[in-house]
Design a protein around this ligand. Structure first.
Ligand code: NAD
Length: 272
């Protein structure tokens, strides 16, 4: 979707997210980066939360070149104090929070269940699931005044498709995000805060860079390839920008009736 000007309600010449403030976790790379840029193109000022400031610097610069404000916060989303401080600072600096994209995530360690260590389990669940909870916990008090939209990145894995052996912790974290977000959609509706989950299929990003893999899992892993016919809509993995278009739509008032749902962005792959 092209973040073109809003039609009737917001008035001619206004961008759909004009004067809105967005928080994006995992904003330095992949889906988070593309979405931060899409939100900025749609008029929002964007706060970037991530572990890695090198990549985020570039995003910050690109957003400023678009004429929007942007600020980087060095945050591990599994650390309550760092999440709290970052969101407090962002709300203090920008005066409001309208959109939250809880997106930071890792594949973690891929291993057969008997080889998966409790520490590896905790790392995946802490980043993906607890990180989502903490982002909500500290953003919601600021959003209650104005209403807004929260979008969570889960995955087809953990919701409609269970592929790739060794992904038990990842799948559990993603399924947990879906359940948490649905409950939150009900709880927060009274404040006019909408909550939705996006479930991407394979997207070309850097997520594989820090994925640990045991030798055993490679032996049992089903090779994930994309022979012709395997992907109904397109060949190969999707692009982060395609996911960003969906995030932009869910962030804007164009999706004002949509809350509590999960949207698959997988080119119909999970119907096979
Ligand atoms: P990515 O690795 O390109 O980006 C993830 C970002 O999250 C990185 O910038 C990383 O530094 C950040 N991050 C990781 N752990 C963090 C932490 N503890 N605190 C703060 N930031 C942290 O990967 P991506 O594919 O863009 O992943 C974004 C989301 O999309 C994840 O939740 C992932 O599970 C989900 N997802 C990805 C795919 C895919 O195929 N790429 C498919 C389905 C779902």
């Amino acid at each position: 979707m092209n973040p073109s000007n809003e039609s009737s309600s917001a008035g001619a010449g206004r961008l759909p997210l004009q004067d809105k403030v967005a928080i994006v976790t995992g904003a330095g790379s992949g889906i988070g980066r593309a979405s931060a840029l899409a939100l900025a193109r749609g008029g929002a000022n964007v706060c970037l939360l991530d572990l890695n400031d090198n990549r985020t610097e570039e995003v910050e610069k690109e957003i400023r070149e678009l004429g929007r404000e942007s600020e980087f916060y060095d945050v591990d989303v599994s650390d309550p104090e760092r999440v709290r401080k970052a969101i407090e600072s962002a709300a203090g600096r920008f005066g409001r929070i309208d959109v939250v994209f809880a997106n930071a995530g890792i594949n973690g360690t891929l291993a057969p269940i008997e080889d998966l260590t409790p520490e590896a389990w905790d790392e995946t669940l802490s980043t993906n699931l607890k990180g989502t909870f903490l982002t909500f916990k500290y953003a919601v008090p600021h959003m209650k005044k104005t209403g807004g939209s929260i979008i969570v990145t889960a995955s087809v894995n953990g919701s409609r498709k269970f592929s790739g052996f060794g992904m038990s912790a990842y799948s559990a974290s993603k399924a947990g995000q879906v359940a948490f977000a649905k409950m939150a959609a009900l709880e927060l509706a009274r404040y006019k805060i909408r909550v939705n989950v996006i479930c991407p299929g394979a997207i070309e990003t850097n997520i594989g860079e820090n994925t640990e893999r045991t030798k055993e899992v490679d032996k049992i892993r089903i090779p994930v390839e994309y022979p012709e016919g395997d992907q109904p809509l397109e060949r190969g993995p999707g692009r982060p920008e395609q996911v960003a278009d969906l995030v932009f739509f869910l962030a804007s008032e164009r999706s004002s009736r949509i809350s509590g749902t999960e949207i698959f962005i997988d080119g119909a792959e999970t119907l096979l």
